[in-house]
Design a protein around this ligand. Structure first.
Ligand code: PRX
Length: 641
């Protein structure tokens, strides 16, 4: 029998929204027409929020800086909580949480409101004022959302650092943001083990003089040292706090949060997001793209340490008064059916996950989802990297039972919210294509000269409300990174092509950023971690294709004179990268090379390295220890350049 996915791909190139779904969808076809004046469209969406003071001007665009809803005042936690507890959503589940060991908690809007108020009041009591940065380094527990919302309540911008980052990476982010408070936990559960968050934090804090207070949540109960005068348990911290904390009226353009992401240099950049535009963007996109109805249970599987967790676990769903599911652990703990057990148990109706997860589920086999009742699902989403058509169709057929629309959503940390996406009741989907720009978004594909092209660089020609407002402390890098390729046009760093129907097909990054399992890793960051090792002279890191992760890291390493290479040294180098950055940056391959092939101008020949790593240029990579082999490969490639 032929492979059912191949059959589907051959027979069905396009997927129309099911009629019954389309009839009741939040987004109807006229939405594109309604957005022919984008500013007016976004203004209408902004009006769906509660403002303490209306804006004077919807958009002020002085490239490369945009201001949205100028003069308007609002508060994010007020929009996510107060306005819901004032009505019938008071007793509705806001967060349904499941810990990896199987413990669960449901927080109604009222519960969440109380918790957020208390934590916000405690922060304020501690002297945290509007504008003071708070770093959050927590596992996926409700307190992560509580801490974030509490920060927004008092106008203290948060800086959430993914719990998988190393002490070094945490330190860099605390220092750059000059945070005065760190919120962490004793540990978190992951794949049956414990992530030692407090221990990592203590190591990071050795060189973070700005941090005066560390709030520690008890999650695992393991023994952790507490530094007197600095560290305080979460429960103690909120014990005396007032039950109500007045929300700070924030200017639409006040800083809401910083989120660090990898760019094409060694140093992560603190992406700046502000209040009014960001909340408008995430609220509208959540409602239309995920077709939110009152009874939905929405599960975005991203960690709150990433932008997807910010926008679609916390702010988008809660601003809409939806029920958001949070899960602490990995999909294979205790078994490979964990995600489907969660869907079944909580009646998840909308699932938003990453292609790398979908490909992993495909490999594990259909028996795991088949064991569970997935009939509550009605919509599926994908984000983080290009989804291959096979994975798209598998997701649609096996997880969605052939009845749920699939939305492949393109966006970035910098964009704040989804920008290219199908609308589930409207768009005819083509597996592998993120389809069309969201209403009010002006995306285009340009060639080197800035002319519209069928294939080239993905750009955004007009500002959108959730766009970044800069890089923290580095305005020059902001201009250089995003605004210097084309005049007054935002450069995404992605390649894309357009098909005959004007559908966008994302091709991947065109800079030195590698997308590993949907997470951005900069080659330079990994290279600097490698050369930080005392035995390494030089290194070049490239992304090679990988069946599950999309891309994997291959590191070419030249060791110092007289150092013997070995498998053990390779493992040691991988561990060194994990220590410097975190497990997400662990190279899959360490390839020792006598020297690194470079062009005459000194640029590393990355195409050659990619061909070697993918087995096209050389079978046995151990021969790279011979300088003559490198030289001859280089000569061959130079002829072709
Ligand atoms: O290359 C694109 C890829 O992920 C990058 C953004 O990464 P990050 O800021 O970590 O945010 C990830 C989640 C929003 C983009 O530049 N990317 C994201 N979504 C897609 C994608 N590539 C193709 N298709 C997507 N749907």
């Amino acid at each position: 029998m032929a492979n059912p996915i191949e059959v589907l791909l051959k027979e069905k190139r396009t997927f129309k929204p099911p009629k019954a779904f389309a009839a009741h969808a939040v987004a109807q076809p006229r939405i594109y027409k309604d957005a022919t004046n984008p500013v007016r469209f976004w203004e209408k969406e902004a009006r769906a929020l509660d403002w303490f003071k209306p804006w004077r001007k919807a958009l002020e665009w002085k490239p490369p800086y945009a201001k949205w809803f100028v003069g308007g005042k609002l508060n994010v936690s007020y929009n996510c909580l107060d306005r819901h507890v004032a009505g019938p959503r008071r007793t509705k589940a806001a967060l349904i949480w499941e810990g990896e060991p199987g413990d669960t908690r449901t927080l109604t809007y009222w519960d969440l409101y109380r918790e957020v108020n208390r934590f916000a009041a405690a922060l304020r009591q501690q002297g945290v004022r509007k504008g003071a940065r708070v770093t959050i380094y927590l596992p996926m527990v409700p307190e992560a959302a509580i801490a974030m919302l509490a920060c927004t309540r008092i106008g203290a911008p948060h800086n959430v650092v993914f719990g998988g980052f190393s002490p070094d990476a945490l330190r860099e982010r605390i220092r750059d943001s000059e945070s005065t408070v760190l919120v962490t936990a004793d540990g978190g559960y992951r794949r049956g083990g414990v992530v030692p968050l407090k221990k990592n934090a203590d190591e990071a804090l050795l060189e973070c003089p700005t941090v005066k207070t560390v709030v520690v949540l008890k999650r695992t109960g393991q023994d952790v040292p507490m530094q007197r005068g600095r560290d305080v348990w979460w429960d103690e911290f909120v014990k005396e706090a007032a039950a109500y904390c007045k929300p700070e009226p924030m200017d639409a353009e006040d800083l809401l949060y910083l989120l660090y992401t990898s760019g094409s240099t060694g140093k992560p950049k603190g992406i700046i997001h502000t209040t009014g535009g960001y909340l408008t963007g995430v609220t509208a996109t959540t409602r239309y793209i995920f077709d939110l109805h009152e009874g939905d249970t929405f599960w975005c599987t991203a960690d709150v340490g990433w932008v997807t967790g910010h926008s679609y676990v916390v702010y988008g769903p809660l601003a809409n008064g939806a029920t958001s599911v949070m899960y602490e652990g990995t999909p294979d703990w205790p078994d490979k059916d964990r995600f489907w057990r969660i869907v079944e148990k909580h009646g998840v109706s909308i699932l938003y996950t990453a292609p790398t997860a979908i490909r992993t589920f495909m490999r594990w086999g259909e028996k795991y989802p088949e064991q569970c009742d997935l009939s509550s699902l009605r919509l599926l989403g994908s984000v983080g990297e290009p989804i291959n058509p096979e994975a798209w169709v598998w997701y649609w057929r096996v997880i969605g039972g052939g009845r749920c629309p699939v939305v492949d959503t393109w966006w970035q940390t910098e964009t704040g919210h989804i920008l290219i996406t199908p609308l589930p009741g409207v768009t005819v989907c083509k597996p592998g294509s993120a389809t069309k720009p969201f209403p009010g978004v002006d995306a285009a594909v340009l060639d080197d000269h800035g002319k519209p092209a069928k294939a080239g660089y993905l750009v955004l020609r007009q500002p959108w409300p959730g766009m970044l407002r800069g890089i923290w402390g580095d305005p020059e890098r902001y201009v250089k990174q995003y605004w210097s390729r084309y005049k007054d046009i935002y450069f995404t760093g992605d390649g894309a092509k357009l098909d005959e129907d004007g559908y966008f097909w994302l091709l991947g990054r065109v800079d030195d950023v590698i997308n590993v399992s949907g997470h951005r890793v900069s080659t330079m960051e990994v290279e600097s971690a490698l050369v930080d090792h005392p035995l390494v002279a030089e290194s070049a890191v490239i992304g090679r294709s990988h069946e599950i992760k999309g891309q994997a890291l291959a590191a070419f390493v030249t060791v110092k004179e007289g150092v013997a290479t070995s498998l053990e040294l390779g493992d040691e180098l991988k561990a060194h990268v994990v220590k410097k950055i975190g497990a997400l940056a662990r190279p899959d391959d360490i390839i020792f090379s006598a020297d690194l092939p470079k062009t005459r101008s000194g640029k590393i020949m990355r195409r050659l390295l990619r061909d070697i790593a993918e087995g096209r240029a050389l079978g046995d990579t151990t021969t790279l220890a011979d300088p003559a082999v490198v030289a001859s490969l280089k000569a061959k490639y130079e002829e072709q350049e």
